[in-house]
Ligand binder design. Sequence first.
Ligand SMILES: Nc1ncnc2c1ncn2[C@@H]1O[C@H](COP(=O)(O)OP(=O)(O)OP(=O)(O)O)[C@@H](O)[C@H]1O
Ligand SMILES: [Mg+2]
Length: 245
Amino acid sequence: MSKIIAVTSGKGGTGKSTVCAGLGYTLAKQGHRTLLIELDFGLRCLDIMFGVEDNIKYDLGDVLSGRKSALDAVAQVPMATNLNLLCAPKTLTSVSAEQIVEICRSVKKYFEYIIIDTGAGINSHVFDIVEQANLILVVSTPDPVCIRDASLMSDEFYNRGNKSQRLIINKISKKVIGDALVANLDEIIDKVGVQLIGVIPDDFKMTVATGKGTPIPTDSSALKAFDAISKRLGGEFVPLTVKTS
Ligand SMILES: Nc1ncnc2c1ncn2[C@@H]1O[C@H](COP(=O)(O)OP(=O)(O)OP(=O)(O)O)[C@@H](O)[C@H]1O
Ligand SMILES: [Mg+2]
């Protein structure tokens, strides 16, 4: 039975797609058959993050229109055996929570982890889709607007009965949150109100890769942090270490 994980945030640009790419890659490297489903319609990016933009023959649009089965539209990512991708269509296409559930149902026997990149925004569409997940990963950066939006989003999940949530604090650096790192992280966790599963450093290699449109750098400090989170997802105890510049 696969574990369905929805990656979400209140504010846009917090790093949801980066988190999906990082977790997908590290879970696959750890030997787990992993599928990333990208719901950021019209804003496809995971194909570029894995350097496979020229290899994508089909996407979710083909599945929603009935031209292809979900499994047929899945592309294998050469960067990591076990890593698979179902890309968002390049154009805006409407999708219902029921359709996503049906897609997950049709492929879940083939994958241990299904990770859904929900796209940004507090709207009912995202809530309906996220409700189908076994675990919600709320991504926030340390800035106050992002923290408040993450808290609002998470409260709404709790109100709807979604208690299985974990927080990822992304793009942390001493420059932004100061030298009293642990105390400041504690304050962020308190404000968002969700148990922490990991912190990701602000990693210049990651920014450069996005800027150049090259694949995610596998030797980056961010990837090490994703590796730890992936192990925690599997129930392994990995102590929190925070390396920032
Ligand atoms: N840990 C990190 N270190 C450095 N840069 C990062 C990190 N995480 C994300 N970024 C950068 O932040 C930008 C936004 O990241 P990303 O596209 O993953 O966010 P998103 O939440 O998916 O955005 P959207 O809401 O538009 O879908 C990108 O330029 C990405 O490279
Ligand atoms: Mg995104």
